[in-house]
Design a protein around this ligand. Structure first.
Ligand SMILES: Cc1ncc(COP(=O)(O)O)c(C=O)c1O
Length: 213
């Protein structure tokens, strides 16, 4: 967030401003196709343009998912610590906010880990939706394959809908740890997975309000 957007973004915005008409708009076929090509090129995941639903932001999409896939009073689970808006989704939507704790680093500077036992212990009969953050804000973790496969297995076993907020997926610093979308890694989750992406962190355009689920 400390850097100017890339020149191509600024040039495209100039062209858009010169157009001069700023009424209602919708995601164009070119935008949908661009996301398909981005996904294949950067993550090796072939996605379908018809899967995409463009929304004003990732946080709104977390709320929409809770509303769409649970009933009032049912549980929306998330792992703490977490980007704070995750914790308000339950209250804002009339759902029960449920949490479990990530395992803190065993040594100073070590990794936070997904504690699958803590996650399973937190799942109640009324839990319907898991709000997951991958890579994780605020710990910066890029989750390991075994953590993600374990999460997918628990979600399948307990019939949870998984909402994978992958907003920070283009900001990974270690070239040895490329982003692996949850949907690519665990295709068996397809029926119960919503992936949230946006260009906002990648290109520093959060104020333009666009995201895709
Ligand atoms: C993990 C995570 N999700 C969502 C957001 C906000 O997304 P949006 O502005 O698209 O609602 C942020 C912003 O920092 C974030 O860190």
């Amino acid at each position: 967030m400390d850097f100017r957007s890339p020149p191509a973004v600024i040039e495209a915005l100039h062209r858009r401003v010169d157009h001069g008409v700023f009424g209602y708009a919708d995601a164009t076929p070119a935008l949908r196709d661009t996301l398909c090509r981005w996904s294949e090129h950067h993550y090796g995941w072939q996605i379908d343009a018809a899967w995409q639903c463009w929304v004003p932001g990732v946080v709104p999409a977390l709320h929409l998912a809770a509303l769409a896939f649970s009933e009032p009073g049912e549980g929306v689970l998330t792992a703490t610590p977490i980007y704070p808006p995750f914790l308000s989704v339950g209250r804002h939507t009339g759902r029960e906010a449920q949490t479990f704790e990530l395992a803190p680093p065993a040594t100073p500077g070590g990794d936070w880990r997904l504690d699958l036992d803590a996650m399973e212990a937190a799942i109640r009969p009324n839990t319907r939706v898991l709000l997951w953050c991958h890579p994780h804000n605020p710990t910066g973790r890029v989750w390991d394959v075994d953590e993600l496969r374990g999460l997918a297995e628990l979600a399948r076993r307990h019939a949870l809908i998984v909402v994978s907020d992958e907003l920070h997926c283009d900001l990974i610093l270690d070239p040895e740890r490329p982003h692996q979308p949850l949907g690519l890694l665990c295709p068996e989750l397809a029926e119960r997975l919503i992936t949230l992406w946006a260009p906002s962190k990648t290109f520093n355009i959060a104020g333009l309000s666009a995201a895709c689920r």
